[in-house]
Design a protein around this ligand. Structure first.
Ligand SMILES: C[S@@+](CC[C@H](N)C(=O)[O-])C[C@H]1O[C@@H](n2cnc3c(N)ncnc32)[C@H](O)[C@@H]1O
Length: 362
């Protein structure tokens, strides 16, 4: 089974990804400093900036603007921005944004843009063609489904402490942690093959901190809604047992680990320059705190996670005879549950990030 086909397209992800932009914005100052440290020597003819897991492009274009501005402080070389995602991603909004007459695009006639479809776990670009590679809120989507079923809960990280409904065993969790580790190594190797020596790699992703995890609340409500579908007879218990979202929420230690593992070639390919686990404010939570408008909160919260979970739900239940009705039920029920029990599904956005520099080949 395909792991995911991407986010909901037709502008839905763009419209419901302000929390991700909040998490991106936190590390943007890292980019400024890192661009300063780039060596754009006399042999450089084009500066290559690539964002992996760009989705529909609103956030990808926003962060590329920041990178372009940082490069422009020291160089007027042509810049190529590349925005990459799965071949099944909806790239149409991205192309509209990048069109030369688009107000949302780059206001610089020495910037040339392209999109590349492919898996970020493969090499997608020529050797020595990239100066700065980024990925935001994406590498937690695993490259593979390492087990056929996860009967106790719909996510490898398991339920929140607060909700505690369902369980994932230690042995199951380890299988996914290992998959996440292997994925990170594959990603780093692929980028090492594309980056110039001294090139920068910023890996940022939703994660797990000491107190909160970004999966808490949202997967609890999705899990509860899917269990309600079992109770309603829309799916049976076996269907629930085989359904899970192949996404892993790493701790900062897990994100850093391959870059310090003496057994891994990856630790020789890169030097770690900066790393952090951080929490950012979530716009729909802030809005709710201001207005106490529970209907708006429940709708914004549900649309936010629907944008990145619906495709996986559909793939898992692809043979369901009334798939659309089932999917509508799950997200309507999720929204209703958030509306009725907002404290039960409290949400925090925790992210982890590392900034790396490509070492010279030994
Ligand atoms: C939550 S979105 C993040 C989009 C954007 N970077 C942001 O922060 O708003 C995750 C993106 O990762 C993409 N993705 C998942 N697995 C991928 C893979 N193996 N290769 C490339 N992109 C992948 C999805 O298609 C999706 O567009």
């Amino acid at each position: 089974m395909q792991v995911t086909s991407g986010m909901i397209g037709h502008g839905f992800y763009n419209d419901n990804s302000a929390p991700q932009l909040s998490a991106i914005s936190y590390v943007l100052p890292w980019l400024d400093a890192a661009v300063d440290g780039l060596d754009l020597g006399a042999e450089t003819s084009t500066v290559g900036l690539v964002d992996f897991g760009c989705s529909e492009g609103k956030n990808s274009v926003a962060l590329s603007k920041r990178l372009i501005a940082a490069v422009r402080k020291t160089s007027d070389l042509p810049i190529q921005t590349i925005h990459s995602d799965l071949p099944t991603n909806d790239f149409s909004e991205l192309f509209l944004r990048l069109a030369s007459n688009s107000e949302a695009g780059f206001d610089d006639d020495r910037v040339f843009s392209a999109a590349v479809g492919g898996s970020m776990f493969d090499q997608l670009l020529p050797p020595n063609s990239v100066h700065f590679a980024t990925t935001f809120n994406a590498i937690g989507f695993l490259s593979d489904r390492p087990v056929d079923q996860l009967a106790g809960y719909i996510l490898p990280n398991g339920p929140s402490k607060q909700r505690g409904v369902g369980q994932v065993t230690k042995a199951e969790k380890k299988i996914f942690a290992d998959q996440a580790y292997t994925d990170l190594q594959e990603f780093a190797r692929a980028r090492a093959a594309e980056l110039v020596t001294g090139g920068k790699l910023l890996i940022q992703v939703f994660g797990a901190g000491d107190e909160f995890r970004t999966c808490d609340g949202l997967y609890d409500v999705l899990n509860d809604a899917v269990l309600d579908a079992v109770e309603q007879g829309m799916i049976n218990q076996d269907d629930y047992d085989q359904y899970y979202q192949p996404v892993y929420f790493r701790t900062l230690q897990e994100l850093r680990a391959p870059f310090f593992d003496p057994e891994s070639d990856v630790s020789r390919l890169f030097t770690l320059e900066q790393s952090e686990c951080y929490e950012v404010p979530v716009p729909f939570v802030q809005e709710y705190e201001k207005t106490r408008d529970i209907d708006a909160y429940a709708a914004a919260y549900t649309n936010f996670f629907r944008a990145f979970t619906e495709a996986v739900l559909r793939l898992n239940f692809a043979t369901h005879p009334s798939l659309d009705r089932f999917v509508e039920f799950v997200f309507d029920r999720s929204e209703q549950l958030v509306r009725e029990f907002p404290q039960r599904y409290e949400f925090h956005y925790v992210a982890v990030a590392v900034l790396l520099s490509r070492n010279a080949n030994c």
